[in-house]
Design a protein around this ligand. Structure first.
Ligand SMILES: N[C@@H](Cc1c[nH]c[nH+]1)C(=O)O
Length: 369
């Protein structure tokens, strides 16, 4: 017998005040997005596995919880990420909408396994996607929006880690010698920062990329010193310009980091902040496959609300007031209009503390307890 309060591993109930903080954070973040013209969409929790899976990168796809729909007998999956769903909406129902299209979303996602850093399997994602362009101006808008929205929640010490997921492939394509190694081998040697391994296989040309990681200005300077094809140089220049715009954010660059950026293209980024162990958000440029098999460029990000809640953000100080038995309804309405949360007593001996009230209505005036 499963004890009544027990939940499966990695799942939890949020209670007050954390559940309220989570709701307040979702409101604050979506309001920031709306103020920049991002309109809300609400995809369903569950979709056909085939269609959902095809729009997700490696890790998110492996993390899908799949099951057979007893009604249609189709394999369905619970979403592990919302970005792919927004992409699907953009190229189907909103295919005719003017570009760039600015969409936002908020909702629960579920993955089969938690990670070491965060054992939770269910989490709340809130995000914004700019569809129809992944040009430097789009990247600038999206990153500035993520930073502004996070700042509005009160998150301090923001830092941004930028990566260029397609860099190694682009360089190989432009003629940087892979030696005896395959592209995948070079990428995994770079993941392991294995200079010796690269040299041994004749792919030493890629070795300077290992040292070009760290604080962004120095890392970019190292990259600019290399023989880069013009389009890669242009991207690096747009990253440099974008960083120059960001005030008060610590920016680092790891040009070859790909882990977790399986579907992002020329730029990917993670966001971090004070008091949060893992990343607080992640985003980047990507391509959405359209029904006629062409690709539409997009760029966006998702923020992970649970980390913000765990860092103590979003907690408002609700002014809770106990209304003694017999308080006229208009008095309650008046107080609520002034921002109070009113709690109606059901008994004469109800005490403010029993309901976490800081005040009690004394005649017509709130009285501090
Ligand atoms: N949804 C992605 C991040 C992303 C949003 N848009 C583009 N990339 C994630 O959580 O990893």
């Amino acid at each position: 017998m499963i004890p009544p309060g027990l939940l499966p591993e990695g799942l939890r109930d949020r209670l007050p005040p954390q559940a309220e903080a989570a709701a307040a954070l979702v409101r604050s973040l979506t309001a920031s997005f709306a103020s920049h013209g991002y309109e809300h969409v609400q995809p369903p929790m569950v979709e056909y596995e085939e269609s959902l899976g095809s729009r997700l990168g490696g890790a998110a796809r492996r993390e899908l919880l799949r099951f057979t729909d007893p009604v249609s007998q189709h394999t369905l999956a619970l979403r592990s990420d919302i970005t792919g769903q927004v992409g699907r909406i953009a190229v189907t129902r909103l295919a005719a909408a003017h570009r760039p299209l600015r969409l936002s979303y908020a909702g629960l996602v579920l993955r089969v396994r938690g990670s070491q850093l965060s054992p939770e399997r269910e989490s709340v994602q809130v995000g914004a996607e700019l569809i129809g362009s992944d040009a430097p101006a789009a990247a600038r808008e999206i990153i500035a929006l993520a930073v502004e929205a996070l700042r509005q929640t009160g998150l301090a010490d923001l830092s941004l880690d930028i990566t260029i997921p397609t860099l190694v492939a682009d360089l190989a394509q432009s003629g940087w010698p892979l030696g005896k190694a395959s592209l995948a081998e070079v990428q995994s040697l770079l993941d392991g920062k294995d200079s010796g391994g690269l040299a041994a296989l004749g792919a030493g040309a890629f070795e300077p990329l290992i040292a070009a990681a760290g604080p962004a200005a120095a890392a970019l300077a190292r990259l600019f010193a290399l023989a880069l094809p013009a389009h890669v140089r242009a991207r690096l220049e747009s990253i440099a310009a974008l960083i120059a715009d960001l005030q008060g954010v610590t920016v680092t660059l790891d040009p070859t980091e790909r882990h977790g950026f399986e579907y992002q293209t020329w730029i990917g980024f993670s966001l971090f902040g004070a008091g949060i162990l893992g990343e607080v958000g992640r985003g980047g440029a990507y391509a959405i496959t359209t029904p006629d098999d062409t690709a539409e460029p997009a760029i966006g990000f998702s923020l992970y609300v649970d980390g913000l809640v765990d860092a103590g953000l979003g907690v408002t100080d609700p002014r809770r007031i106990l209304l003694p038995l017999g308080t006229p309804p208009e008095t309650g309405a008046d107080l609520r209009a002034k921002g109070w949360s009113t709690i109606a007593a059901f008994n004469d001996n109800d005490k403010p503390a029993d309901f976490r009230c800081s005040h009690i209505l004394d005649g017509v005036e709130p009285r501090l307890i």
